[in-house]
Write a protein of this length. Structure first.
Length: 267
C-alpha cells in the first residue's frame, strides 16, 4: 500500500517542511484537495490555493514525489483545460500525477459556479467522458506522453463508486475509520471493483482533541494506534492511503514527524 499526506498549511514554509519530512520519511505522495470558496471545515486551507498550481510548485521542489489531486470538482472545471493541465504536470513531475475527479461535495462551491447541486451528477458524467477522451487527444498540446496520460480515479458517494466499478477505474473513498470502511470495501470488491484507495484524517495525540474538529476526524491516538489503523486499511484491500495529518499547522507537523520517524518504519 502506498501512503501519502496532504501538506495543508497556512504558510509557505510550513508546507515545505511538511512535504520535506514526508518525502524523506517514505511517504511518497503529496496530495491536495480541491476547493473553490472558503470553507469553515478547513479554515485557511480550502479555497486558499488552486490545487494544480500548488502541486506543480511542490513537484518542482520535490521531484521524486508523486503528486495527486483528491479530488478535482469536475463540474467546476473545463475538461479541455483540465486535460492540458494534467498532461503537463504528469510530464513534468518526476513522480507523475494522479488525477482524482468527483461530482462535488459542497453545495455552495457548485452553486457559486453556476451548477445546481442536484444537477452535479449529470454534469459530472458528461465531463468525465470528455476528460477521458481529451487526455488522449493528440491535437491538444500537450497530448499524452509516451507513458500515457495520468491515471484517472473517481471519488464520491455510492453512485460514483458504482460508476468506477462499471468503468474499471480506481475509486477513492473517504471519511471513514477502518471499521466504517469495511462494509464499503466489501461492496466495492464484491461488485468487481479493481482498485480501492482511501482518504482519511490521522492525527498523533490525545483522544480528547478540542478546537476546530470536523465530524470526519477519523483517528487520533498513539503511535501504536496509528500503526494499527494504517495496517487495517491495508488488510481491507486499500492500495493507496491519503492522510490529512492534523487540524492546524502544529498538529500537522507533529503528526507527519511521527508518521515518518515511527509509523512508516513499522509498516
Amino acid at each position: 500500500m502506498r501512503v501519502g499526506i496532504s501538506p495543508f498549511a497556512t504558510t509557505r514554509q510550513t508546507t515545505l517542511e511538511l512535504s520535506r519530512i514526508a518525502v524523506d520519511g517514505g511517504l511518497d505522495t503529496l496530495w491536495l484537495g480541491d476547493g473553490y470558496l472558503a470553507n469553515p471545515d478547513f479554515v485557511g486551507w480550502a479555497g486558499a490555493m488552486e490545487s494544480l498550481t500548488e502541486l506543480a510548485w511542490l513537484a518542482g521542489r520535490f521531484p521524486t514525489a508523486r503528486t495527486g489531486i483528491a479530488a478535482a470538482v469536475l463540474p467546476l472545471r473545463d475538461p479541455a483545460w483540465l486535460a492540458k493541465q494534467a498532461n503537463t504536470l504528469h510530464r513534468m513531475a518526476g513522480g507523475g500525477l494522479v488525477l482524482v475527479v468527483t461530482p462535488g461535495f459542497w453545495a455552495h462551491d457548485l452553486e457559486a459556479g453556476g451548477i445546481a447541486f442536484g444537477d452535479r451528477a449529470a454534469v459530472f458524467e458528461e465531463r468525465l467522458a470528455d476528460l477521458r477522451r481529451l487526455l488522449l487527444d493528440q491535437t491538444l498540446s500537450p497530448g499524452p506522453s509516451d507513458a500515457g496520460p495520468p491515471p484517472v480515479w473517481l471519488a464520491g458517494a455510492a453512485k460514483t463508486m458504482a460508476r468506477a466499478v462499471t468503468l474499471g477505474l480506481p475509486f477513492l473513498s473517504s471519511r471513514a475509520t477502518p471499521d466504517e470502511l469495511a462494509p464499503v470495501a466489501e461492496r466495492f470488491f464484491d461488485a468487481g471493483g479493481e482498485f480501492l484507495a482511501h482518504r482519511t484524517r490521522l492525527e498523533y495525540g490525545a483522544h480528547d482533541v478540542t478546537g476546530d474538529v470536523v465530524e470526519w476526524h477519523a483517528t487520533t491516538g498513539s503511535v501504536d494506534e496509528m500503526v494499527d489503523a494504517v495496517g487495517r486499511y491495508a488488510e481491507l484491500g486499500v492500495g493507496d492511503l491519503s492522510i490529512i495529518p492534523g487540524q492546524d499547522d502544529t498538529s500537522s507537523l507533529r503528526t507527519v514527524e511521527i508518521l515518518a520517524s515511527e509509523v512508516m518504519p513499522r509498516l
